[in-house]
Design a protein around this ligand. Sequence first.
Ligand code: ADP
Ligand code: MG
Length: 730
Amino acid sequence: MSSLRFKAIDNLTTVDGTLMPGSAKITAIFGDNVFTLKTAREFLSDEAYKSLTASIKGGKKIDRAVANQIASGMRQWAEAKGVTHFTHWFQPLTGTTAEKHDTFFTIKSDGTPIEEFDGAALIQQEPDASSFPSGGLRATFEARGYTAWDPSSPAFIMEVGAGKTFCLPTIFVSYTGESLDYKAPLLKALAALDKAAVEVCHYFDKNVTKVTATLGWEQEYFVVDEGLFNARPDLVMSGRTVFGHAPAKGQQLEDHYFGSIPERIYAFMRDYENEAYKLGIPLRTRHNEVAPAQFECAPIFEEVSVGVDHNLLLMDVMDRVARRHHLRVLLHEKPFAGINGSGKHNNWSMATDTGVNLLAPGKTPKTNLMFLTFFVNTIKAVYDYSDVLRASIASAGNDFRLGANEAPPAIISVFIGEYLSKVLADVKERVGDKFDEQDEAILKLDLHRSIPELLLDNTDRNRTSPFAFTGNKFEFRAVGSSANCANAMIAVNTILAETLKKFKKEVDTLIEKGEKKEIALMHVIREYVVGSEKVLFEGDGYSDEWHHEAERRGLPNVRTTPLALDAMVTDKAKHLYEANGVYTHIELEARHEIELEKYIKRVQIEARIMGELATSHILPPSIKYQNTLIQNIKGLKDLGLPAEAYANQQQILEKISLHIGKVSSLVEKMIEARKVANNITDTRTKAIAYTSQVKDPFFDDIRYHVDKLELLVDDKEWVLSKYRELLFLR
Ligand code: ADP
Ligand code: MG
């Protein structure tokens, strides 16, 4: 029987790469499957419509009778589109999304079958929550949690093959009120930022009543052939290739980046984009990324919570559409060793309801000052809470990427470009201690014209910075490709809310002392510039010098998840999140526990798959080839040939025997180390043990010997798809 690997290679020639949907104008399909306000206008009574919009805008409660009307209107719309089921769609702490489908169909007490969807089912559901992570918040004997409708995220129809489900975005909480998902704390963080930012905006413009954080993510991913993927149990089980020798050609030619998109991938992209447009996901760009088989897409930015939903939806859509094309999408942060990893850059800014982007340089001295305020507060927030940010992006997958080649380091720093560095230096130097009105000259700097020119120009981009200012937004680049952006966004928005609150207090104190407003603002801005300058770094974030320099500056550089997560439960973090109403300390402790458990499980799965593959996939063909060599050498000897006739074979045989021996003994030892780690009861200690006793001492070492065998053993006998196939065949 030929191996899955060779079957997959054979099948490649018969794959139809042209499965391409008819091209429609995007505007003709955009939002087709979304219950938009326009749809609501059409399907709801005036009363229901008003109540829904009030709830979306101002978080007003919807009463039961009106909820019934809304539910009924939603059902009519959905049924007209062929929907039979509905689900509360939520974002549990597993990192993916969850849904449990119920049908509209029901039977009345007199036996009449009807279709029904009422306000109660719209507003609240009680999924069996026992199998979702809760970090001990919900003892399993009372596995109760409920999902509650979040009207601020539009409902949508998810199409899976012929099945269509009406999905209601919800938050997921325990009966005692603790959040069990990413959405609830995200909404709270956004509310905290809104409040703090509006107050600071009032120094400049009293008309501002709402500040909305905005998110435009860039999603990187790999695509591989499904057959070749199936011949890699490690990819199937862990999303990452735990073995695999580097191909002769990797990304050194840099010929993939922005190159023409391969036809089969192009068809897949068009197909998932179509699905995305119907769901109202405003995708804008698509292109090849740096590594072979790596790609990226990005939407037009949206409000953070909608952006988060859309990213999660897209990851789901991409996965399903890929299967339709006999392809697989890899969202893991580092699916291939030695090849670039994948991130999810979170472009983030804030917009006022008066239409101002608070991170866009102003056109007048006054708006310049507003820009400087938010810009400098963000830098200060990142400096003060860099550990909290680092914790928000920590995961087993991202550990392979952060600080590894061609990814931002685990050190959180901010890049602002040459021009703004000068501006901040000016603020620091010229303002001095006695800032007077003459120094207002600094505000007359033509930020508006100079910054876009300099910063929107790609040459002034720093691709190695984890947190970079890019002209009118910050780009948090260290977020992992498979992550729910909510986690990073909760952290970013909360730390800024907290910093702005402190800022306001300090400025107000000066004003109360009789200082002129602008001067008070400049004083505190200057203090913040001085107080956070250590976090600014313009150089190469990948370089060794930066690691030394960062250490000298006292910036944290935490390389592993179990230790990075410590920052979630410090007194500082508890105060931060409690003061802003985002998490209680109990919720933080639970989340900390959950993140540690996720880490342990991921490393455990990888360790298991390594052991399993070594024994069942690596050693058998290696031993078989070893035997072939033995037979060959024996034969040559039997013929009475001199030693040099089989010297080469003997050398290869010795190498193979060495690697076989190493692989089996290391795997044995790793299993022992796992047993020891598994017996540890304290979760944090166990997670650390999984890093220092299981992963670090064994993963690379086992891989080294397996990859050597891959080079030595007869290619015909090797059963795992090779890197060159996964990366270059499609
Ligand atoms: P790049 O050169 O990094 O690709 P782009 O201008 O194309 O820069 O933007 C990248 C991402 O940034 C896009 O997803 C875009 O929607 C997003 N973006 C642009 N402006 C904002 C903003 N004000 N807030 C949030 N995201 C934004
Ligand atoms: Mg970018």
